[in-house]
Write a protein that binds this ligand. Structure first.
Ligand code: URA
Length: 193
């Protein structure tokens, strides 16, 4: 209960954020959704049109695909926490800038500190770059990497291709599904330690 209340408080504060220009241009902040007690936290790039409309991350086509993959490993979105590197939709769905990601970092950091996930799963290059800027997604996707991250301590990261990128690319789609299926084993290994 403590984590839920803390997360609720943080996510409410986010609604009044004015740290970058995105807030003034978006319709609604999309803080994140799922369980405050989740062992797994998924971090995507930025909310899109549908996410902005509903105030919930990953509810469009990429989100549907994410739900399908979660079902394959017998998880529902209520079992995990899903959020993004920035909480406001960039105009025309452009990539978030480094300044915007930096401005939004304290919110994401706050969410991670409250939830204390065992495993952070980055979806796509933007999200991976926040935590593993020295890595290439083509080389580290589907691999668990342990890092001592400033402010967060020791944390395990698992990198996946973004579901939107894999939607219309058969090869990438297969790779993503294959990587996704490794998640339960990675989590089991973490919980054994
Ligand atoms: N893509 C993202 O990166 N995040 C969302 O919330 C939706 C699509």
């Amino acid at each position: 209960m403590r984590k839920e209340k803390e997360l609720e408080k943080l996510n409410k504060k986010m609604l009044a954020c004015g740290k970058c220009i995105l807030r003034s241009q978006c319709k609604q902040v999309v803080p994140g959704s799922g369980s405050a007690n989740a062992e797994i936290m998924f971090i995507g790039e930025a909310p899109g049109k549908k996410e902005e409309e509903l105030g919930v991350p990953f509810v469009g086509a990429a989100g549907k695909f994410l739900d399908e993959m979660l079902a394959v490993i017998k998880l529902k979105r209520e079992d995990v926490y899903i959020t993004n590197t920035v909480k406001c939709r960039p105009p025309e769905n452009r990539d978030p800038t480094s300044e915007e990601k930096a401005a939004c970092w304290s919110w994401l950091e706050g969410q991670i500190k409250i939830i204390q996930p065992k495993l952070i799963i980055t979806l796509g290059r933007h999200s991976m770059n926040l935590f593993l800027p020295d890595k290439k997604i083509s080389e580290v996707h589907g691999k668990a990497i342990k890092r001592n991250y400033p402010g967060l301590g020791e944390q395990t990261f698992f990198t996946l291709y973004h579901p939107a990128a894999a939607l219309y690319n058969g090869g990438l789609r297969e790779t993503l599904i294959k990587d996704f299926k490794k998640i339960p084993k990675v989590l089991k290994l973490i919980n054994k330690k």
